[in-house]
Ligand binder design. Structure first.
Ligand SMILES: *Cc1c(COP(=O)(O)O)cnc(C)c1O
Length: 305
């Protein structure tokens, strides 16, 4: 099923400001984990799929937004590894289906839209029970795939080489990925999370809880940078689009506008502002999710090159 161990490459990014400040900036290409189970989603799903198989489930149910990388990854992994999949999608159905949901449908996912109000009940027992009544038994992969098994999978992002950096930086949605990175770093170096949504500091509690569920520990070598959200989740401003297009031109690496674009924008801005010290080495985790660019361009008119 999922590979025993995969190791993605680390590349140096020659950013003008980083060079000027004597800082070395690197990017870990987690976007290369798998062609369709991209980036951190590969890490987060691995042990959930193994558990589902152990428990002899044949169906996985999960939840997400209409452009969700998580929905996309679950649909493909289910198709590849022989599980039926059900995707509960936030918000009304729009026609034609966007490329994310069209792929999911093509890979056999049963797509079920619910209102945003209904979606907010995602963690309620009664809500999940109603889904069982409707769809039968399933293995529940929570929204964004974040649970203790996802944390375990994300610890595998970190190997010896990754541990040698002074700062590790990662975009956050539900916080499962950074939780795994924090655990793997075992209190060493500094880990920075960049929430993709407005008012992202609520994630401190969510991340701490995920870590606690996983190994019962607490760490204090991490923090969130909450002001590079560009107006909110999946929101953007023209300078973010310009940054992503420039980054592609200069370094040959695609970023997407929801997570990794904001992350790299934030890091390079912090470098400019002198947050990091001369001689330090920074590792940005490219968490993948490039499939989302298609839907973004469809909505906003091919602005990402
Ligand atoms: C899902 C996703 C994230 C967020 O991961 P969490 O574990 O939910 O914090 C970050 N980057 C990309 C590209 C993603 O698809």
């Amino acid at each position: 099923m999922f590979e025993e161990a995969i190791h993605t490459p680390i590349l140096r990014i020659y950013d003008e400001n980083a060079e000027k400040h004597g800082i070395e900036l690197y990017i870990k290409r987690e976007d290369l984990t798998h062609p369709h189970i991209s980036g951190n989603k590969y890490r987060k799903l691995k042990y959930n799929f193994i558990k589902a198989r152990e428990q002899s489930h044949d169906t996985l149910l999960t939840l997400g937004g209409a452009f969700s990388n998580h929905i996309h990854a679950v649909a493909y992994a289910g198709h590849e590894f022989g599980f039926k999949t059900i995707g509960i999608i936030r918000g009304e159905r729009a026609e034609p289906l966007n490329p994310t949901l069209q792929d999911a449908l093509n890979w056999g996912m049963k797509i079920h839209h619910i209102s945003r109000t209904e979606y907010r009940r995602k963690k309620e027992e009664a809500f999940l029970e109603a889904l069982k009544q409707k769809f039968g038994e399933f293995y529940l992969v929570p929204e964004g795939g974040s649970n203790a098994l996802a944390v375990k999978g994300c610890t595998e992002i970190i190997g010896d080489e990754e541990k040698s950096f002074d700062h590790l930086c990662c975009a956050c949605g539900t916080g499962g990925t950074i939780a795994g990175i924090i655990v793997a770093m075992e209190g060493h170096q500094r880990v920075w999370g960049f929430p993709a949504m407005k008012n992202g500091s609520f994630l401190i509690e969510d991340i701490s809880k995920l870590i606690k569920e996983y190994n019962g520990k607490q760490y204090d070598n991490w923090q969130l940078v909450t002001h590079y959200h560009f107006g909110g989740f999946a929101k953007f401003r023209p300078e973010l689009v310009t940054f992503i297009n420039d980054f592609k031109r200069r370094h040959g690496i695609h970023l997407e506008p929801v997570y990794t674009g904001k992350l790299l924008y934030g890091i390079t801005d912090m470098v400019k502002r002198g947050i990091f010290r001369k001689g330090e080495k920074i590792l940005a985790i490219h968490t993948g999710g490039l499939q989302g660019i298609r839907g973004f361009n469809m909505r906003f008119g091919n602005i990402l090159k």
